[in-house]
Write a protein that binds this ligand. Structure first.
Ligand code: ADP
Ligand code: ADP
Length: 226
């Protein structure tokens, strides 16, 4: 588990759009931090910089005690969950969960253990042998989360992971995410434009606007003093 620190982080895209402007944010060990704000405020860009999928234009990014500005994603020990699941269609659920671990040469028995444990936590044991096409949207999203969990990373990054689900499933998945976080206690950065999601999931919520940090506080304080 690791803290994540953004110290004066900027992102200017080629063409001159300043998507993130001097962002200071400290995400504690084991904290569930939600980035919220309207479309275009820079949430995804901030998350993608933490993931290493987008270059940082200025400032410093720490994961643990290390500056990781120039480190590729594979050297950051984080796992990302996307809204479109990004599952391998030709593999079963079990193979999808195991694939990243095989690439990292994790021993077979250890892979088995992690896959079984993640599947049990997410309630997906009964369809380990199915392919993604035979799953509902909610089931696919659970598999996508399982793939992140089996990595046992220092941090989870999630970009609107529930936005393709219907309202009822979203409520269910919010509860599952809360349970998972309680159980695993992994530092999490979660992007959403949905204020209810932000308030129900976050230990703290960072409100972004036009690439800048407007407020960061607990849901209770934000709700009491909006
Ligand atoms: P959000 O996730 O809050 O919707 P984004 O981080 O996607 O916001 O975008 C922030 C700003 O940066 C927007 O003005 C968007 O159009 C711009 N932007 C995002 N990605 C790119 C890109 N690859 N090239 C140029 N501009 C981009
Ligand atoms: P989001 O869901 O974060 O708002 P979008 O659906 O707007 O993102 O964008 C999807 C992809 O397009 C992202 O990879 C983003 O970086 C890229 N993108 C967004 N805005 C621009 C832009 N103005 N120019 C180029 N690429 C962009």
């Amino acid at each position: 588990m690791a803290k994540i620190v953004l110290d004066g982080v900027d992102k200017v895209y080629p063409g001159g759009v300043q998507a993130v402007d001097n962002l200071d944010l400290e995400i504690a060990d084991n904290e569930f931090m939600v980035l919220v704000g309207p479309s275009g405020c820079g949430k995804s860009t901030a998350l993608r910089m933490i993931a290493g999928l987008e270059e940082i234009s200025g400032g410093e990014l720490f994961i643990g005690d290390q500056v990781v500005n120039d480190r590729p994603p594979k050297d950051r020990d984080i796992a990302m969950v996307f809204q479109n699941y990004a599952l391998y269609p030709h593999m079963t659920v079990e193979q999808n969960l195991a694939f990243g671990l095989k690439l990292r040469k994790v021993p077979k028995q250890e892979i088995q253990r992690r896959v079984q444990e993640a599947a049990a936590m997410l309630g997906i044991e009964s369809y380990l042998k199915r392919k993604p096409a035979a799953l509902s949207g909610g089931q696919r999203q659970r598999v996508a989360m399982g793939r992140a969990i089996v990595r046992e990373p220092q941090a989870f990054l999630m970009d609107e992971p529930l936005s393709n689900l219907d309202a009822k499933l979203r409520v269910q998945m919010r509860a599952s995410l809360n349970q998972l976080h309680e159980r695993l206690g992994v530092t999490t950065v979660y992007v959403t434009h949905d204020q209810v999601e932000a308030m129900t999931l976050g230990d703290r919520v960072a409100v972004l606007r036009d690439g800048r940090l407007q407020q960061v506080d607990t849901p209770k304080n934000l709700f009491d003093h909006p």
